[in-house]
Design a protein around this ligand. Structure first.
Ligand SMILES: Cc1cc2nc3c(=O)[nH]c(=O)nc-3n(C[C@H](O)[C@H](O)[C@H](O)COP(=O)(O)O)c2cc1C
Length: 226
């Protein structure tokens, strides 16, 4: 099965997992997806399995209510706006592919121990976040959402593909559920996507753009953080 609208609508940030090893086939698929993302977009995403310490018994892990996280993708990418946007875009593709495999996930920017993550970070690269993955032990409610008019210009004016894209972007995960992104449909039909410069802006924008492009079938022509 491929990513589809039902998968996108069913995704939630899951912070509590059952203590079960991820099936070997699913691990192999996640590795392949990670390698594909890295090769195509110049990223250094790394799948880490059976590693309990990044979400160990720290204040932060407790604060974030994480439980039984032993598998995650370390989101390592160039320390530039473009690198962060690409990391968000490719990471969210993996989040949704994981959901297709029956795996839950959660983007985690803050509530983990950076020093415990056993990955290589080359000069010029940055560890932006982790994506926890596993079999969920909870069923969170959908997040509260802004309205299309709060995050776009040109919605509801006859371009149905644009409207579908904005609706789907509003289903995307964002840091602190801020939904810090804006899609603008220009007169010539081009679409721009922007975010305000703040923590996790690049990841959030890349994630939202993946949702937008998937549902609309249209490409965003200009992306910026300001
Ligand atoms: C870039 C990014 C960073 C995040 N960091 C954290 C975090 O540090 N701790 C946490 O518990 N959730 C974190 N989240 C999850 C968001 O809180 C969650 O996506 C948002 O509340 C919307 O809920 P939903 O994903 O279930 O739709 C993060 C999400 C994103 C996209």
């Amino acid at each position: 099965m491929a990513i589809n609208f039902d998968v996108i609508a069913a995704r939630r940030s899951v912070r509590r997992y059952v203590p079960r090893t991820i099936d070997a086939e699913a691990v192999a698929r996640l590795r392949a997806l990670t390698a594909e993302a890295n090769a195509g977009a110049g990223l250094a995403l790394q799948l880490v399995t059976d590693e309990p310490d990044a979400f160990g018994k720290s204040f932060l892990a407790h604060y974030g209510h994480f439980k039984n996280v032993r598998n995650y993708i370390a989101v390592v990418a160039p320390d530039t706006d473009e690198g962060g946007i690409a990391a968000g875009y490719q990471g969210e593709r993996i989040v949704l592919e994981a959901k297709v495999l029956g795996l839950d996930s959660c983007w985690v920017g803050l509530t983990f121990k950076r020093g415990k993550v056993p990955v290589d970070i080359a000069p010029g690269m940055k560890l932006y976040a982790l994506i926890a993955v596993g079999y969920g032990a909870e069923s969170p409610k959908p997040h509260k959402s802004k309205r299309p008019a709060d995050v776009s210009e040109g919605y509801g004016e006859g371009n149905e593909a644009f409207d579908r894209g904005v609706d789907c972007a509003l289903m995307a995960p964002t840091a602190l559920n801020r939904q810090n992104f804006r899609f603008v449909l220009c007169r010539d039909g081009a679409v721009t996507a922007t975010a305000k410069r703040r923590a996790y802006a690049a990841l959030d924008l890349g994630i939202a753009v993946f949702h937008y492009e998937f549902a609309s079938g249209l490409k965003v022509s200009r992306l910026s953080i300001s």
